[in-house]
Design a protein around this ligand. Structure first.
Ligand SMILES: Cc1cc2nc3c(=O)[nH]c(=O)nc-3n(C[C@H](O)[C@H](O)[C@H](O)COP(=O)(O)OP(=O)(O)OC[C@H]3O[C@@H](n4cnc5c(N)ncnc54)[C@H](O)[C@@H]3O)c2cc1C
Length: 519
């Protein structure tokens, strides 16, 4: 990027909202620059429960607008990214003293009907004594309900949005912090700083503050205009344990404090358990799970499952901070998950601040963001993302299974598990990654396990990956699977020094702790 560059829109933050806004704007004809201080999805957008969901529990808080929009988005996103988003069936064991059956039935009826469900199956009751989904549960749970939502690879969703934005002309700069932005002459003058301390200036017609949990800090310290509405930071943590149950279904568990906790099949060999909801006042960059949160999550599992989970079973944890619009609710779990967009056009220089939101609603949020900015961009094109596949998602009939079968038949020499991992992660882009290789030796250097040079090259050249942490924990979750020697070989190749598998702020553990089967 040349110093003194001039763009239509400068987006601060490469989380799902910043990347979604950059994509929407670039596709509508704007010259866009997105600056992310770390790696894409380094903040909250890689620390979610990874559900594209309406949010069944938000019905209790009468969040009908949010639930309806989110339910509709499930189908839109599933169609546009069938590689990284897939349907997930949830089992809700009935606990009458927490919520009566009529209330759950009413909630599920609304859930099935207010969002225009088309591809996902409807909810139903289930006899936990006879259905296999009841097998891992304690025998007192005899009745339950099943309903559908979707899973998403959250950090990959961010990357494919950034890729699409870039393919439509946006500049995506990672490890590039916006250190100041000031209104000048009906636009913005911003200063960006890279990791070496080098600075460059950018002038922009409009500015978007999509800094997630840093949104207030950016408003104060970078832009010099404090937010005009309060933000509430709410921390949420997850634990990952060895597989707790068989089957592809997830469980939604009601807790005595009226919160809910999910137990979800994760990365073939594990179960993901979360989340917590705690008010948070610290630095979002140093968020980490506490022993109290681990105990809380283990105890919820103990109330439902035959198999106990203890802190010693925990293999990996991660924590994130929700940047919520503060509606002054007392409890952290009751604060609205809906998003709010505030436009400030003082001195004729548009500034849009993003509060709250869900991974699920990022695309609608981006559309609404551009609607707000539209008066400042007379030549703006039309909203376009509802039917546009994300990179890798352009499969015939949006049918992942058929695409995968085709990949195996075109490349019969690819080991099936590797082919599946790549098809899920990269979708149709897997062909560009494999290129002209016609056998396993054509994939380049073998680092160990199923890590090959072509994947590293693809991630570094097309997906802005720069470090082993980017590759192992955000572009993939290979950090959970690879042998220490493979990780070390990768780090050596990238010229990294430092302790194996540990990088500040990731909450990651070396794969050595995992034992058992390797990829
Ligand atoms: C525990 C938990 C579970 C969740 N589960 C779900 C779920 O299952 N489904 C769902 O739909 N939603 C879920 N969410 C909500 C969802 O994750 C967030 O709403 C969403 O990720 C927020 O994205 P964002 O882009 O606003 O923020 P972020 O992802 O945090 O992105 C903001 C970015 O701005 C960057 N930045 C900050 N300051 C600067 C600067 N000065 N210059 C450049 N860059 C800067 C940061 O580095 C960061 O990457 C969950 C959230 C949490 C915490």
């Amino acid at each position: 990027m040349p110093n003194g560059d001039s763009v239509d829109l400068l987006v601060i933050g490469g989380g799902v909202n910043g990347a979604g806004i950059a994509r929407e704007a670039a596709g509508r004809g704007l010259k866009v620059l997105l600056a992310e201080q770390g790696d894409l999805a380094q903040g909250t957008s890689s620390a979610s429960t990874k559900l594209i969901h309406g949010g069944l529990r938000y019905l209790e808080y009468y969040e009908f607008r949010l639930v309806r929009e989110a339910l509709k988005e499930r189908e839109v996103l599933l169609a546009n990214a069938p590689h990284i988003i897939w349907p997930l069936r949830f089992v809700l064991p009935h606990a009458d003293h927490l919520r009566p059956a009529w209330m759950i039935r009413l909630g599920l009826f609304l859930y099935d009907h207010i969002g225009g469900r088309e591809r996902l199956p409807a909810s139903r009751s289930v006899d936990l004594r006879s259905d296999s989904v009841g097998a891992p549960l304690l025998p007192q749970f005899r009745k339950g309900f099943c309903y559908s939502d979707c899973w998403v690879e959250d950090s990959r969703l961010v990357v494919v949005n950034a890729m699409d934005a870039a393919e439509r002309g946006a500049q995506i700069l990672t490890r590039m912090r916006v250190v100041s932005a000031r209104a000048a002459g009906g636009g913005w003058q911003a200063v960006l700083q890279d990791r070496s301390g080098a600075r460059r200036t950018v002038s922009a017609r409009g500015l978007v503050n999509a800094a997630g949990p840093w949104v207030a800090g950016v408003a104060d310290a970078v832009i010099g205009r404090p937010l005009d509405a309060p933000i509430r930071l709410v921390k949420g943590s997850h634990i990952v344990v060895p597989k707790l149950f068989e089957g592809e279904q997830a469980y939604i568990l009601q807790n005595e404090d009226r919160r809910i906790v999910f137990a979800i099949p994760y990365e073939r060999r594990f179960t993901l358990i979360g989340t917590t909801d705690l008010n948070y006042l610290g630095d979002p960059a140093s968020v980490a799970i506490t022993p109290g949160e681990v105990d809380y999550l283990c105890s919820v599992i103990g109330r439902y499952f035959r198999k106990a989970v203890t802190p010693a079973d925990v293999i990996w944890t991660y924590s994130g901070v929700r940047p919520l619009y503060d509606d002054k609710r007392e409890s952290a779990s009751a604060v609205t998950r809906d998003y709010v967009l505030r436009l400030d056009a003082q001195e004729g220089a548009p500034l849009l601040a993003v509060y709250g939101g869900k991974i699920t609603t990022y695309r609608k949020l981006a559309e609404h963001a551009l609607e707000k900015l539209a008066p400042h961009y007379p030549a703006l094109g039309r909203a376009w993302t509802a039917e546009a596949p994300l990179p890798g998602g352009d499969m015939p009939d949006r049918d992942f299974d058929r695409f995968f079968a085709g990949l195996l038949s075109r490349r019969p020499w690819l080991p099936e598990r590797l082919a599946r991992r790549w098809a899920r992660a990269y979708g149709t882009r897997v062909e560009a990654m494999i290129g002209g290789a016609d056998g396993i030796n054509g994939l380049g250097r073998h680092y160990g396990d199923d890590l090959y040079q072509c994947e590293i090259d693809y991630l570094t050249s097309r997906e802005w990956a720069r470090s082993s942490t980017d590759i192992l924990w955000r572009r993939s979750k290979l950090g959970l699977h690879l042998a220490p020697a493979t990780i070390q070989a990768l780090k050596d190749a990238l010229g990294e020094t430092g302790p194996l598998g540990q990088e500040q702020g990731t909450g990651e553990f070396p794969a050595a702790r995992l034992g058992g089967e390797r990829l």
